[in-house]
Design a protein around this ligand. Structure first.
Ligand SMILES: NC(=O)c1ccc[n+]([C@@H]2O[C@H](COP(=O)([O-])OP(=O)(O)OC[C@H]3O[C@@H](n4cnc5c(N)ncnc54)[C@H](O)[C@@H]3O)[C@@H](O)[C@H]2O)c1
Length: 376
C-alpha cells in the first residue's frame, strides 16, 4: 500500500494534534493509503524534543529549508498567521502538497496570493477545519440537503471559547494584530463557523458586523503588561440567497463567551423542519417536526456517521482528536482520488470566501454599515 510522507512546519498545539492523528492511522478501517510523519520543523528545541520520541520521525530541524529539501509528499503548516503566506508559498515552490491552517493568510490579500500560487503550482492545497467531520454536522448537512426542512427561515452558526475571560492569562501571538491579523477572532474561529454554510452554498452576500475588544491589556509574561489589540468577539449578521429568497445567517465567533470551552454549533430552521447540533452536547442531534403539535426530537449519535469509518464502536462518542483525524483522512482521500463524494477539507476558494466576509466585516464595523460582499 502507498505510504504518503508528511512533514510539519510549526510543531505547537496543532502540529502535535496532527502528529497524534497520523500516529494512529491504523484506527481507520480499510483506508487505502498509509501515512508517515517523517519530518518536523519548529524554532523551539523543546517542541522538537517531543517529536524525537515518535518512531516515524527521522528529521527534526529548526531550518524549514532543510525540511523542504527532504523527501516529502505533503507539508502541514501550523504557524502564526503572519507567517502563513511566506511559508505556504515556499512549500508550494518546493513542489510539495499543502495542508494549510486557517485563516489561510493573515488577511484577504495574503489569502488571494496563496490561492493563486496554489493554482499556478498545480499542487493539492486544502485548509484545516475539523469540526464538520463529526457525525452531528454530517447529519445537519444531510438534513438540509434532503429538502425536509422546507423553505429555510434562518441559519445560525458559531464557534465559542471562554478561556480569554481570565484577564491574567498572559498575552500570546493570537491576541496581537501583528501576528494574528486585524481580523482577530474571525481569523481564529471564523473559518470553522463558515465551513458548513459555504459547503451548502450559503455564501454571505452582505454583512453587518459587531466587533468587540473587551480585554485590551494582558500580562506580558515578563512582569509587565502588553496591548491585546485584536477583536475578542465578532457577531456577524449576514444575508444569504437560498432558492431565490434572502435569508438571515448569524455567525458568532467569540473568545469571551462565558462557560464555553470549544463550542462549535449550527442551527438551521425551515418552514417544515429544523436541525440543530452543538459540540457542547456532542452526541445530541436535534431535529424539528411540525404536525398538530410541534416538537424537537433528540437523537443520540455515536461514532457511526463519521465520513471515514474506524475501529471505534458505533455507539461510542467522538471528540476533538477524532474529528481532526477524520479531517486528515479527508485530505489524504481527496488527494489520492478516493473521497467518493464524502466530506472534504476546506478548499482554497472557501478559505478565500471566508476572508472576503471578514474583510467586509471590518468595514461594516468601522462604518456601522451593512457592507455588500462581492468576492472579487
Ligand atoms: N484547526 C484548529 O482547530 C486550530 C486550533 C488552533 C490553532 N489553529 C491554527 O493553527 C496554526 C498554529 O496555531 P497553534 O495553536 O498550533 O500555534 P502554537 O503557537 O501552539 O504553535 C506554533 C508553533 O510554530 C512555531 N514557530 C513559530 N515561528 C516559526 C518559524 N518561523 N519556523 C518554525 N516554527 C515556528 C512555534 O515555536 C510554535 O511551536 C494557526 O494558523 C492557528 O490559527 C487551528
Amino acid at each position: 500500500m502507498k505510504t504518503i510522507k508528511i512533514g510539519i512546519i510549526g510543531g505547537g498545539l496543532m502540529g502535535k494534534e496532527a502528529a497524534s492523528a497520523f500516529g494512529r492511522w491504523f484506527a481507520l478501517n480499510d483506508f487505502p493509503a498509509q501515512v508517515a510523519l517523517t519530518a518536523v520543523c519548529d524554532l523551539n528545541e523543546k517542541v522538537l524534543d517531543w517529536y524525537t520520541a515518535l518512531p516515524t520521525v527521522t528529521l527534526v530541524t529548526t531550518d524549514y529549508k532543510e525540511l523542504l529539501q527532504s523527501d516529502l509528499d505533503v507539508v502541514y503548516v501550523a504557524l502564526p498567521h503572519n507567517l502563513h503566506k511566506d511559508f505556504y508559498l515556499e512549500v508550494l515552490a518546493a513542489g510539495k502538497d499543502l495542508l494549510a491552517e486557517k485563516p489561510f493568510g493573515i488577511d484577504l490579500e495574503a489569502a488571494l496570493a496563496i490561492k493563486e500560487a496554489g493554482e499556478k503550482s498545480g499542487r493539492f492545497v486544502r485548509c484545516s477545519s475539523e469540526m464538520p467531520f463529526l457525525p452531528g454536522p454530517q447529519r445537519v448537512i444531510q438534513e438540509v440537503r434532503s429538502g425536509r426542512l422546507g423553505k429555510i427561515i434562518e441559519i445560525k452558526a458559531g464557534f465559542l471559547h471562554s478561556s480569554d475571560l481570565d484577564p491574567n492569562k498572559p498575552i500570546n501571538w493570537k491576541r496581537q494584530s501583528q501576528f494574528c491579523g486585524e481580523i482577530g477572532v474571525m481569523g481564529d474561529l471564523g473559518m470553522h463557523a463558515l465551513h458548513v454554510p459555504l459547503r451548502l452554498g450559503w455564501k454571505p452576500k452582505a454583512v453587518y458586523a459587531y466587533l468587540q475588544k473587551i480585554i485590551e491589556q494582558r500580562p506580558d509574561g515578563k512582569g509587565g503588561m502588553a496591548d491585546c489589540d485584536t477583536w475578542n468577539n465578532a457577531t456577524l449578521n449576514t444575508q444569504v440567497d437560498i432558492d431565490g429568497a434572502t435569508v438571515p445567517m448569524l455567525l458568532e465567533m467569540k473568545r469571551l463567551s462565558p462557560g464555553e470551552t470549544n463550542t462549535w454549533y449550527i442551527e438551521v430552521y425551515g418552514t417544515e423542519g429544523g436541525v440543530k447540533y452543538s459540540t457542547k452536547d456532542t452526541k445530541a442531534l436535534w431535529t424539528f417536526a411540525r404536525g398538530e403539535e410541534q416538537f424537537w426530537q433528540r437523537t443520540d449519535l455515536g461514532f457511526k456517521g463519521v465520513p471515514f469509518p474506524t475501529i471505534t464502536g458505533g455507539i461510542f462518542e467522538p471528540g476533538f482528536a477524532d474529528c481532526f483525524m477524520q479531517m486528515l483522512a479527508g485530505y489524504i482521500a481527496e488527494r489520492e482520488g478516493f473521497l467518493n463524494g464524502r466530506f472534504g477539507c476546506v478548499t482554497p476558494e472557501e478559505a478565500v470566501a471566508s476572508q472576503y466576509a471578514f474583510d467586509a466585516a471590518l468595514r461594516s464595523h468601522k462604518n456601522s454599515s451593512v457592507e455588500p460582499i462581492t468576492y472579487s
